[in-house]
Design a protein around this ligand. Sequence first.
Ligand SMILES: C[S@@+](CC[C@H](N)C(=O)[O-])C[C@H]1O[C@@H](n2cnc3c(N)ncnc32)[C@H](O)[C@@H]1O
Length: 296
Amino acid sequence: MKIKNALGLFDGISCGQVALKRAEINYDTYYASEINKYALKITQKHFPNTIQLGDVKQWKEWDLQDIDLLMGGSPCQGFSLAGLRLNFDDPRSKLFFDFVAVLKHYKPKYFLFENVVMNKDIQDAISKELGVEPILINSGLVSAQSRDRLYWTNIPNIQQPPKKEINLKDIIETSLLISEVRGGMLKEYFKHDEGKISPRGLCHIGTADLNGFDSIKRVYHPDGKSPTLTTNGSGNSESKISTSETTWRKLTPLECERLQTLPDKYTEGVSNTQRYNSIGNGWTVDVISHIFRNIK
Ligand SMILES: C[S@@+](CC[C@H](N)C(=O)[O-])C[C@H]1O[C@@H](n2cnc3c(N)ncnc32)[C@H](O)[C@@H]1O
């Protein structure tokens, strides 16, 4: 399959380009709009031909031709913080409207907009702007990470991806040196049995010896899935697994790449903190390539 040019807004580490490759969709030029220097470094390492356009707010200065596919997931803080407001005056939701403006300007054959699950009123406002209803897909269908995301697209006939039975035990590194991973002792260990797997496939098995919010203390058994990766890959917010009935460790950046179905070591070359951040910000590649396969 071949399209002319593609444009990724809020392109991050260009998971969209990895997905195009995986879906065997070729393109002449990939334009990207991204401002984070670590994300840019990772993208250019893998896709040196990417034309980086910088800040999306400058889109009126771009003069692009033949955009067949527009994709993007604007930073989600805007939607979660903006309450019921979604308008041009709110800087937090403004970036979404830049996506809409670019969509209206370039009129690509296909578009894909991704975001977090949000307040229904805001979701409906986005659907109205984009002219389509979203499909909710949990990445757990294709990976060992439970991650609910909404996808608005005019690519036709998108169904749920076929379910693969993948859990943390299938993707974890087995020969790690103790010095390579941060971990600690479990303050509590719950007995593990089948009944402990949640409907989302998670097996919350214990409590880490950490201070802070309950959410950062949760330790999961490798027989289940990881909770959603987040961008705060510091301050102990990374997903944690039990390594015995008394110990836990954090997932490594490589394991997090596997949870997003990225190629192994994709984000190597920046600090671990930046790796965790960019992976948590990214897309689950196999979900996106599943959607792209319907481009005809
Ligand atoms: C939720 S992430 C999207 C990640 C991306 N889908 C990927 O594959 O990695 C949002 C991205 O928007 C970027 N961003 C924020 N403000 C921007 C702006 N004004 N112009 C372009 N990108 C921006 C952030 O740096 C971040 O990488």
